[in-house]
Ligand binder design. Structure first.
Ligand code: IMP
Ligand code: MG
Length: 177
């Protein structure tokens, strides 16, 4: 079914860009340790690939928030559903997220994590939709900047479906719920 959805970024394009971000992180954090904090569930696949393109000493943690309901429209409210497992005080944190869209999720998460007094916080977002921003926030590492289109695949869902699609594809606007 998703075979008919237009491809925005192929597996090869994604792999190449993720490898570049990994090399950049290696340079920026040379000699340091980092904690990759993945935002479930959308960032799981990006984190899995990004982590394997990094050589600096790292650990993983995961948080989960709810911001989107079903379908393509956000409710605006963000709440924490799963907290960090390990303390992050004094650590270098990279929040790993699938899409920076309105900015509400990452704005919420960043201020939440800042309260734990990490040594540093940066954001890695695979995709950025700058035209959708409601809250001013920028990612330090961006895979691709895209226009206002709803996408699926490589971890990203439409009503929890299509996360396993290996490339990133445009969701047809007329797709039934
Ligand atoms: P924000 O709080 O509006 O920045 O929303 C970010 C979250 O919305 C992302 O982590 C995604 O889970 C979800 N999201 C935003 N745009 C898309 C999309 O095009 N496809 C799938 N999920 C999306
Ligand atoms: Mg998400």
């Amino acid at each position: 079914m998703h075979e008919n959805f237009p491809i925005l970024f192929s597996q090869e394009q994604i792999a190449q860009r993720v490898a570049e971000i990994g090399r950049q992180i290696d340079t920026d954090y040379a000699g340091e340790k980092i904690v990759l904090v993945g935002v479930l569930k959308g960032a799981a696949i990006f984190l899995a690939d990004l982590a394997r393109s990094i050589t600096v000493d790292n650990t993983f943690d995961f948080v989960a928030v709810s911001s989107y309901g079903k379908g393509q429209h956000t409710s605006g409210a963000v709440k924490l559903i799963k907290d960090l497992d390990q303390p992050i005080e004094g650590k270098n944190i990279i929040i790993v997220e699938d899409i920076l869209d309105t900015g509400l999720t990452l704005g919420f998460l960043r201020s939440l994590l800042e309260r734990h007094h990490p040594k540093s916080i940066r954001i890695a977002a695979l995709l950025d939709k700058p035209s959708r921003r409601l809250q001013k926030i920028d990612a330090d590492y961006v895979g691709f900047s895209i226009p206002n289109h709803f996408v699926i695949g490589y971890g990203m869902d439409y009503a929890e479906r299509f996360r396993n699609v290996p490339d990133i594809r445009l969701m047809p606007a007329d797709f039934p719920e």
